[in-house]
Design a protein around this ligand. Structure first.
Ligand code: NDP
Length: 298
């Protein structure tokens, strides 16, 4: 058997097109564009690339992008003051502080300062609490994107056994909450889990968010299971190559032989993250401006 490949790139392109359509309608209804502000502190090269591509994607779908840069040695007070300013700015619907922050800054305190109504990364304590309580709110982009791919593939997830490997605040925990809200029977596995292959073998749905290249082997996977590989790991370069290959947390070649469907890396969950960020910004814009958005439109 060969698994079908879940094309996250195509799904993300469709979502971005829907965001662009609704962004135009929002502008008509609200008399202004939706706006997403991104804050970058310091000079981390990977963060600069992410911020640039987020800004470009925001403009491409018809929203305003506000980029704020602070120097590497910016103080906690200066960063909090910027967050306060963005919280108060009616042109800004979403605020994203690019993580990780330089070591001398208190990341948790900065994230907690973001208004929950503008928390497009879904990482504030209020957003986390809303997700746990089943209240409407903003949900972290990568897990929400993973859920969209699962629902697109499987429809109703009710009653399915789901195993999430990883319990980070960014991916594992919110992923488990989302699957629970879809009435899955959810197991969260982590570095202390015993007999991980056996735990994974029970699952109709496997979400791998570990950060270990190709750790999940084909014989851990129940035949026909749906596998979402969140991991992005760069291998050491082969001889003569400048850059190593990107692989996920799942042994993709092996998974293809056993699973029902699997996300590739790259081209699976990765492209969903920015698409969902844009979606979250536009959902926030509708709520902030009191403009209706049909349930499930995005
Ligand atoms: P973290 O490092 O924060 O969390 C990793 C989790 O995996 C932890 O809960 C850890 O357990 C668990 N873990 C580590 N080793 C093992 C093991 N041997 N067996 C079982 N569990 C283990 O990572 P993130 O959640 O932030 O990211 C996970 C992966 O997803 C990374 O590859 C990252 O690059 C990728 N990622 C991709 C995104 C995308 O856009 N596609 C976005 C965000 C992340 P414990 O808690 O016990 O330490």
């Amino acid at each position: 058997m060969t698994a079908s490949i879940i094309d996250g790139k195509a799904f993300a392109a469709g979502l971005r097109a829907r965001v662009a359509e609704h962004a135009a309608a929002f502008e008509q209804a609200a008399g202004r564009k939706a706006g997403l502000a991104v804050v970058l502190v310091g000079e981390d090269p990977a963060s600069k690339v992410y911020v640039a591509s987020k800004g470009k994607a925001t403009i491409e779908c018809g929203m305003n992008s506000f980029e704020h840069r602070l120097p590497e040695d910016a103080s906690q007070e200066a960063l909090l003051a910027l967050v306060d300013q963005l919280n108060a700015d009616p042109a800004v619907d979403g605020i994203l502080v690019q993580l990780p922050l330089p070591k001398h800054l208190d990341e948790q305190a900065v994230v907690a300062r973001i208004s929950p109504d503008k928390d497009v990364d879904g990482l504030t304590p209020i957003s986390t609490g809303r997700l746990a309580l089943g209240l409407p709110g903003l949900v972290p982009c990568t897990p929400l994107g993973s859920l969209m791919l699962l629902k697109d593939r499987l429809g109703d997830l009710s009653g399915k056994d789901a195993v999430v490997i990883g319990r980070s605040i960014l991916v594992g925990k919110p992923m488990a909450q989302l699957l629970l809200a879809e009435n899955c029977t959810v197991t969260i596995a982590h570095s202390r889990t015993r007999d991980l292959p056996d735990v994974v073998r029970r699952a109709d749905i496997v979400v791998a968010a570990v950060g270990r290249p190709e750790m999940i082997k084909g014989d851990w996977i129940k035949p026909g299971a749906t596998v979402i590989d969140v991991g992005i790991n760069r291998l050491a370069p082969a001889e003569g190559q400048a850059k190593g290959r990107l692989v996920g947390d799942v042994d993709y070649a092996e998974a293809l032989q056993v699973a029902g469907a699997v996300t590739p890396v790259p081209g699976g969950v990765g492209p969903m993250t920015i698409a969902v960020l844009l979606r979250n910004a536009l959902v926030a814009a509708h709520r902030n401006a009191g403009v209706a958005l049909a349930e499930g439109a995005l």
